[in-house]
Ligand binder design. Sequence first.
Ligand SMILES: [Zn+2]
Length: 188
Amino acid sequence: MYSTLLANATFHELLLAYDRDLADTAREAGCPCGGVLHSAQYSRKPRPWLRRLGPEHQRRFSYCCAVDGCRCRATPPSLRFLGRKVYLATIVVLVSMMQHGVTERRMQRLTEATLIDRRTVVRWQLWWREHFVSSAFWQIARAAFMPPVDEARLPAALVERFAGDEADRLVALLRFVGPLTGGRMQAR
Ligand SMILES: [Zn+2]
């Protein structure tokens, strides 16, 4: 069941392992200026469902160029954090799915326990229907799905297209949207 994944430490360790790989790849690529990248992680607010896990689960991998005056920041794609959003990608996906078929009472209780309010849920659903759907990434990626994905039912309509059990499908979805979660930024 999807609702049990949030409380599943193995699932979170798996996401962290994917993020480490993505971070290593980004660091090895270095800065476009040729400079070496130094670790400059973002701290994320501790969340109730992660408290049993180590502090590494509260941080997002990110790098700063070591060259004086460059100040380029590279933030690798992440399966754990969706863009700059404070919430976990998993939560954003699961809660956004709730209105589209996934109506498990346990998940409802879980989101109540995590104190996510209605406005936040609505904001996330808007993120899928507006930001995600109009992104350059999705404009290209959606061509790979036949029949087309029902965009009004995102992200549930997308997670259904991946194979395996709930954990496999969710990881596949998080990897799929990964290109939307990272990027390079000029600090100034
Ligand atoms: Zn640089």
